[in-house]
Design a protein around this ligand. Structure first.
Ligand SMILES: [Fe+2]
Ligand SMILES: [Fe+2]
Length: 147
């Protein structure tokens, strides 16, 4: 498996949990929604953390971006997504499905656009730069600890 495939797979896993969460809300299964929302939030924040604290710094160093360029834009978009999580949590607590779907739809669009930029551009650049270290990096990604 390549780094690009691993990270793309992780995007899909997060998308899948969000779809399950939307289903739970659709069915007024609020306990399930609380559980899935936690799972979605944790998986997504872990993914962001891997990028911000492992993959992006590695890329910035090797590509000599000086911390500017594509990773900076990606980090800004992570921040945008992070601001939505507490609102989604609130809407679930209030069992307000209209508010929930408004928020989840806009988050989904944001994440989809974000992920496709990573998959088409950034991950491809990372793969090219670190192809020789692929196995080591995959191991590090699998064992990544997020607190
Ligand atoms: Fe990202
Ligand atoms: Fe990503």
């Amino acid at each position: 498996m390549t780094i690009k495939e691993y990270m793309t797979q992780n995007h899909k896993e997060c998308d899948e949990i969000l779809a399950q969460l939307e289903n739970a809300v659709e069915n007024n299964n609020w306990n399930k929604a609380i559980e899935l929302n936690e799972k979605f939030k944790n998986e997504t924040l872990k993914h962001f953390d891997i990028e911000e604290n492992y993959l992006f710094p590695m890329f910035d160093e090797k590509a000599s971006t000086g911390g500017c360029g594509p990773t900076q834009v990606m980090k800004m978009e992570h921040e945008q997504a992070r601001t939505v999580f507490p609102k989604i949590e609130e809407s679930i607590k209030e069992k307000d499905s209209d508010r929930f779907f408004g928020l989840s739809e806009s988050l989904m669009i944001l994440i989809q656009q974000h992920n496709s930029k990573e998959e088409q551009m950034l991950y491809t650049m990372i793969q090219n730069l670190f192809n020789d270290e692929n196995e080591t990096i995959i191991e590090a990604l699998k064992n990544y600890e997020f607190n």
